[in-house]
Design a protein around this ligand. Structure first.
Ligand SMILES: *Cc1c(COP(=O)(O)O)cnc(C)c1O
Length: 367
């Protein structure tokens, strides 16, 4: 492969297909007829660039966005005029005013957060919008049973809050047979009794594929937008959106018995050709792929040998005489999906994507 669209000095290139992300959002909308589908763009849109991804989704008609941190929200708020932008991690004390001035919606997950938001509403003299987060089993964030009882006993606590949604988050949605999914759905129903009769938000990416019981007034997918399979074990219904290529910097010949890389964990058993490529754990390419990952060239697998180091990865190209200095090796793409790379590295696609560093040359495609 040659690339004329990449500067000559680029050692690795990440291609992000914005059209495919939008197509994935439309697929999710079709799978979730119960209500609209938000775009989760936390962690810089799972590593792919929230400042490019969020406006593309907004232009396609997406009207609800979520990030984890207030700082992330501030970074993209100017690009999303008119859309709801929620902060999943809640309302840290002292940050309340910023939520108001920048029109960012807090996801309130505890009584102190509710009370601080209500108090600010009192001070500014108008109802303030928020989302209530109910814990139905994740036990990380969200109102617990005791706190829900307090809210039911004292509805005035919410009287100055415009509750846009009540939401909860599924623990095991990617395991469609896990009884926890239906248990959480039932707990969510019960939890909402006695709370304001407002729209609800339930499914993440995999939740959308659990069937119509998991439909709600707002789905919240992230991973599936970015091509991660929301139905592990079955065919991926989403389009891939990211490709990663790395460049061969040098090719060398080593003799049988010689080693490659840190700690000499790989030794040649024959006279071998080694290609060193410009990619390492400093780019988010996992060190756990040492000795077991692979790349592809012209559709053929090229074994990764030795340790993945910070900036460099080595491949045994003895059986690929057509690979020369300057060649581009595919490490995520049509031949090696994100989920396959993740499985080889002993992790999930979420971690691979969100780890992708800022060092790549990035190209955004919109067809
Ligand atoms: C990250 C997150 C999501 C999106 O989850 P995916 O599995 O990536 O679709 C939805 N809701 C909450 C509360 C989250 O933290």
């Amino acid at each position: 492969m040659t690339r004329s669209d990449v500067p000559p000095g680029a050692g690795a290139v990440l291609d992000v297909d914005l059209t495919a992300i939008v197509a994935n959002w439309r697929t999710l909308c079709a799978r979730h007829p119960a209500g609209p589908v938000a775009g989760i763009v936390k962690a810089d849109a799972y590593g792919l660039g929230a400042r490019r991804v969020a406006p593309a989704l907004r232009d396609a008609g997406c009207q609800h966005f979520f990030v984890a941190h207030l700082d992330e929200a501030l970074g993209i708020r100017p690009l999303l005029a008119g859309s709801m932008l929620g902060v999943l991690n809640g309302l840290l004390a002292g940050s309340e005013e910023t939520f108001v001035t920048d029109n960012i919606t807090p996801v309130l997950g505890s009584i102190p957060e509710v009370d601080r938001w209500a108090a600010l509403a009192g001070r500014v003299g108008r109802k303030l919008p928020a989302i209530l987060h109910v814990d139905t089993g994740m036990a990380r964030l969200g109102l617990d049973a005791k706190e829900l009882t307090l809210l039911r006993q004292d509805p005035a606590r919410l009287s100055s809050i415009d509750v846009l949604y009540i939401m909860t988050h599924l623990v095991s949605s990617e395991l469609s047979g896990d009884p926890l999914n239906h248990e959480q759905r039932a707990r969510f129903e019960t939890a909402c009794i006695g709370l304001p009769p407002v729209p609800r938000s339930l499914a993440n990416s995999s939740g959308i594929f659990l069937g119509e019981d998991f439909g709600s007034d707002l789905a919240r997918p992230g991973a599936a937008l970015y091509g991660i399979n929301p139905t592990p074990g079955a065919t991926n219904p989403m389009r891939p959106v990211a490709r990663l290529h790395t460049r061969v910097l040098q090719v060398r010949t080593i003799e049988a018995g010689e080693s490659v890389g840190y700690n000499a964990i790989w030794r040649a058993t024959r006279r071998s050709q080694i290609a060193t490529a410009a990619l390492g754990y400093g780019d988010g390419w996992p060190r756990s792929l040492s000795g077991q990952g692979k790349a592809f060239f012209d559709g053929r697998a090229v074994p990764l040998v030795g340790r993945v180091s910070m900036d460099l990865t080595t491949f045994d190209i003895t059986d690929h005489p057509d690979i020369h200095t300057g060649a581009w090796l595919e490490v995520i793409g049509p031949n090696c999906s994100l989920d396959e790379v993740a499985a080889a590295a002993g992790t999930v696609g979420y971690e691979i994507l969100t780890s992708l560093g800022g060092r790549f040359h990035r190209i955004y495609h919109a067809s």
